[in-house]
Design a protein around this ligand. Structure first.
Ligand code: IPD
Length: 286
């Protein structure tokens, strides 16, 4: 079996370098442009960081492919193939970045034959480096990570996000999902504004579960393997196998908690990341 440790180490080193660009812009005024909705933002720093990461990787691994949030937003076709592929979110938590709310992350996942080999989430302001390699465990700043193992939903802290969708169906589904969980009851519902960092909280045991509908593959591809390698469970919100292109995810401390959340929440329609005009009535990225 191929060993992708060299790629992992390279990914970690460029994530750390790129975080200096994010941090130096963090306190500055930003020019903000809108993407798919008034809450889906991009800045010059998102675009610059993605270019820095892709050009560094391309120099070292010229055969590798890329799926980058801002390249796709600029019109690049999104397709996950069997080739070694880097899936990049240059700033996960762009709304936080614009407002200087201190949770922003660089998220990098690496797939081969469509299977994630490693994931890196660098929470820049917190200076927290989460990473995991398939079969090698998950780590935070070099220390092993373990999910809480909690089995009882009524003792859980659950993290979720109200994403960029603002249509009636999405809003009422998101708010009623939160209401149903609070009525179970769970101990609490939280949101940090970055899917990647939210999900890593499950890997640390600080949260017991995370679910999200409407995010994209670059938001959660890296943190999914970090949760799995920390002993957690990752699945689709309908209880089926996790599919990073489906735009639906549950990450949990145990199968029991993941299943319970899948029973309680509902999904609103959104096109898969790798498919457009699927007939659901919402739009995709391709
Ligand atoms: C967003 C963040 C946010 C989530 C959105 C994502 P971005 O990513 O992860 O927490 O709610 O769905 O799109 O745009 O900041 O990279």
């Amino acid at each position: 079996m191929a060993d992708w440790t060299d790629c992992l180490n390279f990914g970690i080193s460029i994530a750390k370098q790129a975080s200096e660009v994010v941090l130096s812009a963090f306190q500055q005024h930003k020019e903000v442009k809108l993407k798919s909705s008034p809450a889906d933002l991009v800045t010059e720093t998102d675009q610059r960081v993605e270019k820095i990461l892709i050009s560094a990787i391309r120099n070292r691994y010229p055969q590798h492919r890329f799926i980058g949030e801002e390249s796709v937003a600029a019109g690049e076709h999104l397709e996950l193939t069997d080739s070694p592929t880097w899936i990049i979110d240059p700033i996960d938590g762009t709304v936080n970045f614009v407002h200087r709310f201190p949770f922003v992350a660089i998220s990098i996942a690496f797939t081969v034959n469509r299977q994630t080999q490693f994931g890196i989430v660098y929470s820049c302001v917190e200076d927290k480096l989460f990473y995991a390699q398939r079969g090698g465990g998950a780590f935070l700043n070099g220390e092993p990570l373990h999910a809480s193992g909690q089995q009882d939903i009524s003792r859980c802290v659950v993290v979720t996000e109200i994403g960029a969708e603002r249509d009636d169906v999405a809003l009422s589904t998101m708010t009623s999902n939160i209401r149903r969980l609070l009525q179970l009851p769970v101990h609490g519902v939280r949101a940090l504004g970055t899917a990647a960092v939210d999900m890593c909280q499950v890997a640390t045991g600080g949260a017991d579960a995370y679910y999200h509908i409407g995010m994209h593959c670059w938001d959660i591809a890296a943190s999914a393997i970090i949760v799995q390698e920390a002993g957690g469970v990752v699945m689709d919100t309908d209880g089926s196998e996790f599919d990073m292109m489906s735009r639906r995810v549950i990450a949990a401390s145990s199968a029991a908690v993941a299943d319970r959340i899948a029973q309680v929440i509902q999904a609103f329609p959104c096109c898969r990341d790798d498919e457009d005009n699927c007939g659901c009535g919402a739009t995709g990225v391709n």
